[in-house]
Design a protein around this ligand. Structure first.
Ligand SMILES: [Zn+2]
Length: 209
């Protein structure tokens, strides 16, 4: 039977959209739902995340159905993931960048999470590595994603948010670019600060976290 994760010291963070006014009619946005309420474990903290969704209150506004999200909340973890994006990226970097075995990555992650009294299983490492490779894979696929292009056209363009995530100081910074209008993780760029092994990744993820 799966045992529930015990989280002894957990902060609580409430996220609201960075945008405060409707992009169509400039009315002040109003809270309409809780997009997600979950625990996220990052390399620096364990946090209870409450992500609030907002909409335009004007019934006749053409942007009435648009759900406004917090880019900061979306940057913390992929939809449905307990471990943060920084953990996913670190697993990928250790495996592909430093050629560590799964057992070595597992050992490293256990050490990194120990200060927060958190553990991670070998199976979870494999799952996070799969997520990392999926991010890289879709990076090449999005160019041919006609459905996404249609959505972008319908939205009248892209509203871009850019996050730089550096799981380990001095190693690599991964840049994630999201389309806030479609909650698409539109493009990520991974750059080695030593200018070695550059590669690009583009990805998208849709739906609520
Ligand atoms: Zn509006």
């Amino acid at each position: 039977m799966r045992t529930k994760r015990v989280v002894p010291h957990m902060g609580k963070r409430i996220f609201h959209p960075e945008l405060k006014y409707c992009l169509e009619c400039q009315s002040q946005l109003e809270r309409c739902c809780t997009i997600s309420q979950r625990t996220v474990i990052t390399l620096n903290q364990v946090v209870r995340l409450i992500h609030c969704g907002y909409r335009c209150p004007q019934p006749t506004c053409p942007g009435r159905s648009r759900l406004y999200r917090s880019a900061q909340a979306d940057a913390l973890a992929l939809p449905g993931f307990t471990f943060g994006l920084d953990v996913v990226l670190l697993v990928g970097q250790l495996r592909l960048g430093q050629h560590q075995t799964v057992d070595e990555v597992h050992h490293t992650l256990l050490q990194r999470l120990a200060p927060f009294q958190q553990t991670i299983s070998r199976r979870e490492i494999l799952f996070l590595f799969e997520a990392y490779t999926a991010l890289l894979r879709t990076g090449t696929e999005v160019t041919y994603d006609q459905e996404w292009r249609d959505v972008v056209q319908l939205n009248g363009g892209l509203l871009i948010s850019l996050d730089g995530i550096q799981p380990d100081k001095g190693n690599e910074t991964i840049y994630l670019v999201r389309d806030l209008l479609d909650f698409a993780l539109a493009r990520s760029r991974e750059r080695d600060v030593d200018h070695q092994g550059k590669h690009q990744a583009t990805t998208r993820a849709s739906g609520c976290a």
